[in-house]
Design a protein around this ligand. Structure first.
Ligand code: MD3
Ligand code: FE
Length: 207
């Protein structure tokens, strides 16, 4: 379980609060087991952009809504592309949200991104949610990732930080709308996933 008293960020970059090493190895392993169950019911898929480009990240979701992208565009949907409701968000994951964002309503969506050694995520904003005043919380598991933080508009100077397994990020206030992305992962940098790679969980109040 996660510490109940509100933890202090180890670092704040452009308003993005970073909690390094917040999750113990035991909690990470527990989450991984629960994510396997989720992926059994709602298999990872490779999203396609509206322009027909495959994204390099594989995705699935938990919660009452999940984020999807296909030729018709991107949006939140109540069902996996296979036509089944998304599995519920596990308690261990919700408790991370409650710990770092105690004043916010509970998230209704947990996007699960899987990065293989070649996967990346280009710079973008998260603005598909109804209430952009609610924070976003991200949990990193597995191989380290180079996270890049930009500005409220595209372009300009950026700052980068490596995210390690067990790190948690909170984007609230003005930082909620900063451009961000993942440049690359460092293969073999964590033993958490038996076959390597990185999983990122992004918790959001979508609706
Ligand atoms: C900063 N995911 O799914 S998590 C995404 O590691 C996404 O998979 C990346 O960006 C990943 O949209 C980055 C960190 C993150 C998530 C949401 C943010 C940073 C953010 C929203 C606003 C600002
Ligand atoms: Fe994002």
């Amino acid at each position: 379980m996660v510490k109940k008293s509100k933890p202090t960020p180890t670092m704040t970059i452009r308003g993005v609060r970073l909690f390094q090493g917040l999750l113990s190895r035991e909690v990470q392993t527990e989450m991984l087991g629960q994510l396997r169950e989720i992926a059994r019911a709602a298999p990872f898929f490779r999203p396609v952009t509206s322009r027909g480009q495959n994204m390099s990240v594989r995705m699935t979701s938990a919660g009452t809504v999940g984020w999807i992208s296909d030729r018709r565009g991107y949006r939140y949907e109540t069902q996996h592309p296979d036509g089944k409701d998304w599995p519920p968000i596990p308690e261990s994951i919700l408790s991370v949200w409650t710990s770092v964002a105690p004043d916010a309503p509970l998230p209704d969506s947990c996007l699960i991104n899987f990065y293989d050694p070649d996967a990346r995520m280009g710079m973008h904003q998260d603005r598909d949610e109804t209430d952009l005043d609610q924070p976003v919380v991200s949990i990193s598991l597995g191989d380290e990732a180079l996270f890049r933080i930009g500005n409220l508009t595209r372009g300009g100077k950026t700052e980068s930080v490596w995210l390690n397994s067990g790190d948690v990020l909170v984007m609230g206030g003005p930082a909620r709308l900063v451009y961000h992305g993942i440049d690359r992962i460092r293969p073999g940098s964590s033993q958490l996933l038996p076959d390597g790679g990185r999983i990122n969980l992004t918790l959001r109040v979508a609706r």
